[in-house]
Design a protein around this ligand. Structure first.
Ligand SMILES: CC(C)(COP(=O)(O)OP(=O)(O)OC[C@H]1O[C@@H](n2cnc3c(N)ncnc32)[C@H](O)[C@@H]1OP(=O)(O)O)[C@@H](O)C(=O)NCCC(=O)NCCS
Length: 173
């Protein structure tokens, strides 16, 4: 069982490896700094309690402790030019629109393929929608790092932007 919570200094950032060094490094070196400056907000999945830590150990993940990060995502605000959004979406909007940017998303490599990425994405979308009730945001925008990541987002309804298949967008409204 896992719990999602805001990233703090007590989370064990060093032990997190997603298989993508740039994402791991960002979590280690940048996430907290950006959070302190209000640039982005990072949310992490951690074991819900000591019993969950024991379950992970029994499943062969002895390196997972109570403060281990199992996966994370980061959200930020952005403006996009409507001409860069998927053509069908852009028709109804002014020239520029505020969006929520899914700035980072990663799952611990040893736990990939078990549904955690889906859960993190669902939480990120819920949070983006909740925030958009108070501060305008037309949708969620993501820069996929490669074709494989782009395929992951497309499974969940994200559409590639005009002429930029690695930039994807999901309207909130
Ligand atoms: C991409 C990532 C976040 C997915 O997390 P995950 O926990 O492995 O994914 P899940 O197990 O929740 O998979 C959810 C669904 O997406 C599919 N999926 C997972 N990874 C996929 C991929 N790379 N391409 C296409 N589909 C993918 C799964 O098959 C599953 O579909 P199903 O429910 O129909 O079987 C994870 O693999 C990861 O951290 N990769 C390295 C970092 C990265 O690429 N981040 C994206 C940055 S842009």
């Amino acid at each position: 069982m896992i719990r999602l919570e805001p990233l703090t200094g007590r989370h064990e950032r060093r032990g997190f490896e997603s298989g993508v060094a740039a994402l791991d490094l960002w979590l280690r070196q940048t996430a907290l700094q950006h959070q302190a400056k209000g640039i982005s907000r990072t949310f992490v999945a951690v074991p819900v309690d000591q019993a969950a830590v024991a379950d992970f150990a029994a499943a062969g993940h002895a390196d997972i402790g109570p403060e281990s990060i199992l996966g994370f995502y980061a959200l930020a605000s952005a403006f996009v030019l409507t001409q860069d959004l998927p053509t069908a979406v852009g028709k109804r909007l002014p020239r520029q629109v505020p969006v929520t940017r899914l700035a980072r998303l990663a799952v611990r490599q040893a736990l990939q393929g078990q549904g955690l990425g889906r859960l993190l994405l669902a939480d990120a979308l819920n949070r983006a929608r909740g925030a958009a009730q108070s501060v305008g945001s037309a949708g969620v925008f993501v820069d996929a790092k490669d074709d494989e990541a782009s395929r992951f987002y497309r499974r969940f309804g994200f559409q590639p932007c005009a002429d930029q298949p690695l930039k994807l967008y999901l309207p909130i409204w």
